[in-house]
Ligand binder design. Structure first.
Ligand code: HEM
Length: 497
């Protein structure tokens, strides 16, 4: 772990007066004097390709902050951006994001929608169209009242996961089951998000092989994410010429995702029109009932949620179990907190009260996302000029808050290498430090759903099992549009009596 000595050097060589601590902005300096990582954008792109693709992006950014300080510019292929890592710079970006915050676009995704004549959901929309859809969806998806409706559904799936695991663990030699949990976690998150979105179960936790359609969907989401990354730095027309197989693979993956979502939507819509009860409780039925969005927009967004709800949630769960597996003290403390919350005189409280009574568990999820943020950056094009560190950045410049680098910086988190959920519960200022879901009006709309799903999953695991990590070595992570382990860790489960 490191400080940013390079950054301090860059500042002092730029004339920070004696006695002013490094990192404190003084006079505002022009954009051009922001330290630059590599001068030639195409050479930079070539270097990235040559160094084994894009999967070390988070490590390269981390290295660049170490060399250049807490703000630097970078140009890779068609993309140029300013990268920052300090919470106060993230706060500046929030202030400058304006009423229609904009992230970096994903041209390949938009190109797919255009080619297939499909409307865009929130992720790809911008301007007033984004805002109108977002306001209509916030109430059902992000508000505490909206989220509360999903809790029993998510709890039922988490309970089933534990019930399916128990006999496998009990019957394993010595009562200890060692496995790579990540395929099961995918099934869990797909089952849970499908239930929350469509109000119907897929039956993926029964122990048998996942059905062909579910398997195809999971594979398509993985392919879509993997092929997105190289597509980010080249415009689709160029890519279609340079690498047609990658492009067709990407299109095919999206088509499968759309087909899966479309089949589910059709099923629920038919039931809904017949006044059936099967769809009760799912988000789709709520949106149809609410009638605030046109059917096309509902379909576009529910499809996006379907694609966005599986890997994003499965990965932090895997990393959390690994960290609990190699930090038995933290695992014990979480189990004690759970027992205390459930053991009141009235028995287990309602789900929303139970989750509010588990601050350490919530902090554990935050701590996981600090070390292993799903997305390694949050991006904004500021609507007005903004001062980042002490540099003036013109409106419209792509700016990225580097979450992975922030989470591992000793200048932001004392002892960043420690998995220490309690750090979120003390008196230290934590503002703009937990940004894994982004910030402001454009933050992740699935945030509450994902948090509830992760918390309830962990509640059932802690209630039923102890977890150990087979190796306590750090996991090597790779960035494949979301951050994942290069090799999933092996975990050993034992049942708790
Ligand atoms: C642990 C799980 C998840 C993480 C860490 C995560 C992270 C993020 C981040 C960083 C953003 C960009 C926010 C910004 O620009 O400020 C985002 C946007 C988004 N996420 Fe998530 N996400 C997760 C789960 C989900 C789930 C389960 C869904 C679907 C139900 C979802 C749907 C979306 C959508 C639709 C957007 C675009 C929102 C907009 O532009 O208005 N996410 N997410």
């Amino acid at each position: 772990m490191r400080g940013w000595a390079g950054g301090r050097r860059a500042l002092s060589s730029g004339g920070v007066p004696e006695g002013v601590p490094a990192g404190v902005p003084t006079a505002t300096r022009p954009f051009e004097s922001i330290p630059c990582d590599g001068r030639n954008r195409w050479l930079n792109l070539y270097r990235v390709w040559r160094a084994g693709g894009f999967q070390d992006f988070h490590l390269r950014m981390d290295g660049a902050f170490r060399r250049l300080g807490p703000v630097y510019r970078e140009r890779v292929g068609t993309s140029q951006c300013v990268n920052v890592l300090l919470p106060r710079d993230a706060a500046q970006l929030l202030r400058a994001e304006g009423p229609f915050p904009r992230r970096r676009g994903i041209e390949a995704w938009s190109a797919h929608r255009e080619l297939r004549n499909q409307p865009c959901g929130l992720f790809l929309l911008n301007g007033p169209a984004w805002r109108a859809a977002r306001l209509a969806l916030n109430r059902e998806v992000l508000s505490p009242a909206g989220t509360r409706k999903f809790l029993p559904l998510l709890d039922a799936v988490a309970r089933d996961f534990a019930a399916a695991m128990r006999p496998r663990v009990r019957d394993a030699p010595g009562g200890a089951l060692t496995l790579d949990l990540h395929p099961l976690l995918f099934r869990f998150t797909l089952e849970a998000s499908t239930y929350a979105l469509y109000g119907q179960r897929l039956g993926l936790l029964g122990g048998g092989a996942a059905g062909g359609a579910a398997q195809r969907f999971i594979a398509a989401v993985e392919t879509m994410l993997r092929t997105t990354l190289p597509l980010l730095f080249l415009p689709p027309p160029l890519l279609r010429r340079l690498h047609p197989p990658l492009w067709s693979e990407h299109l095919r993956a999206w088509d499968t995702i759309f087909q899966h979502a479309d089949e589910s939507i059709q099923r629920i819509y038919r039931e809904f029109c017949r006044g059936g009860a099967g769809a009760a409780g799912g988000l789709l039925a709520e949106l149809l009932l609410q009638g605030q969005l046109p059917l096309d927009a509902i379909k576009a967004n529910v499809t996006e949620f379907t694609a966005g709800g599986v890997d994003t949630t499965a990965m932090p769960l895997l990393f959390t179990l690994f960290e609990l597996g190699r930090n038995p003290g933290v695992q014990r403390a979480l189990r004690e907190e759970l027992r205390a919350a459930e053991g009141g005189p009235g028995g287990a409280p309602p789900l929303h009260e139970l989750l509010s009574a588990l601050p350490l568990l919530r902090a554990a999820v935050k701590e996981t996302l600090r070390l292993y943020p799903v997305g390694i950056t949050v991006q904004r094009y500021p609507a007005t000029d903004v001062v980042l560190h002490n540099y003036r950045v013109p409106a419209g410049t792509l700016c990225q808050v580097a979450l992975y680098a922030m989470g591992r910086s000793p200048d932001v988190f004392p002892h960043p290498e420690r998995y220490d959920p309690a750090r979120w519960l003390g008196k230290d200022d934590t503002s703009f430090r937990a940004l894994a879901f982004g910030f402001g009006a454009r933050q992740c709309i699935g945030r509450r759903l994902a948090e509830a799903e992760m918390l309830l999953f962990l509640v059932h695991v802690l209630r039923n099992f102890t977890v150990e990590a087979v190796s306590t070595e750090d996991i090597r992570t790779v960035f494949r549009f979301i951050l994942m382990p290069e090799t999933p860790p092996l975990l050993t489960f034992r049942t708790l009596d």
